[in-house]
Ligand binder design. Sequence first.
Ligand SMILES: Cc1ncc(COP(=O)(O)O)c(C=O)c1O
Length: 433
Amino acid sequence: MLYSDSLSVSPENHLMIGRHDAVALAREFGTPLYVLDEDLMRRNCREYRETLRRFCGDRALALFASKALCTLHTARVAAEEGLGADAVSGGEIYTLRKAGFPMDKVYFHGNNKSPEEIDLAMDSGVGYFVVDNRDELERVNAAAARRGMVQKILFRVKPGVDCHTHDYIKTGQIDSKFGVALETGEAFALHQYAASLPAVRVEGVHCHIGSQIFEIEPFLEALRRMMALIARLRKELAMPAKILNLGGGFGIRYEAEDDPPALADYMQAITDTLRQEAKRLDIETPFLVFEPGRAIVGAAGVTLYTVGSVKVIPGVRTYVAVDGGMGDNPRYALYQARHPALVANRAGDAPTGPVTIAGKCCESGDLIAENVPLPEVHAGDILAVLVTGAYNYSMASNYNRLPRPAMVALRGDDKKIIVRRETYEDVIGHDVL
Ligand SMILES: Cc1ncc(COP(=O)(O)O)c(C=O)c1O
């Protein structure tokens, strides 16, 4: 079982990604190498689009959470597949704009948008600002007023729902740097204030309770609370509040035992609850928005490395050192994220024992994965780390002045470099003295 139906083992015992031999890709483009299975990314986009159409007709939209993987090419793929986008910085907005993304389908997030980012977003025609706090609200109102326009906004609300995921990727509880709290009355008060401002119009509400969530109930509880807020906004403040954006966070399979619900199961439960709540509160059902990130690109990414050395510490563990590390995948160092791995040039071999995959950075915590079952590994083997499409390239750094890897996109029989490998000249390129 290779985690996704686009991975297989060739007759030469090599890992195949779609129709491409991973070992040949490593030879042709060098390692470390990010491989994006564009066909799978497109299938995932279509699954969102079609499932939303099935459950909501034309009353829902999926936004691709750019933070998961933001390049010109991935932005174009998301646009071609009919998704909107969530952007969280000037850099992501700039990328979307340069990619020709339909900017009216962009929601601009972030808990500390700078005045320059607000200007860039407005001048780029971003559809919606997801406003995080009162200071930002005033800045957005002032920027829109200067342009003689009314900016459509939603507030990011913390619904106070706990979900069982890593603390660093939980965001819906009161102690979060993101958004305004529902249970303290902060959220309602900010909406009241917004109603008095001339250059913003509240179009809906937003929440994102966390990431890698496997239970449906936390989404439903957030939905109930947000629907109660929408009802109050409509009845007490006469605000249209037409949109309910429930964020992203749909869990995906990283480990063999991970068993996330199917998208249709999430949507069935969400839309059933939405209709019940709308009836109970006697309000029209809002337009639903979702912001999947890892569910679109996570499984579509594979990172290929060359093994440089194998260090067996008897009675302790075996370190397999690869030519990348936390610079291209900081997720284990950041929040002990788990990624499966394979020896790409002996992909069908049975594991002989668990190893620790270590990077080449000058940090003991520079690990890609621990306790990974692998067959015997030797220097020169090609290691494939799976499910690296989300929050790998987009979180990469030049720590230790390592150049960042290239990314190759696979579509059918075609393969093309969409991000070129950095050079040492790139690495020093911003040093001016
Ligand atoms: C506001 C918001 N929306 C969407 C996402 C995407 O989350 P995921 O990739 O888990 O779907 C995030 C992730 O941090 C987020 O903060």
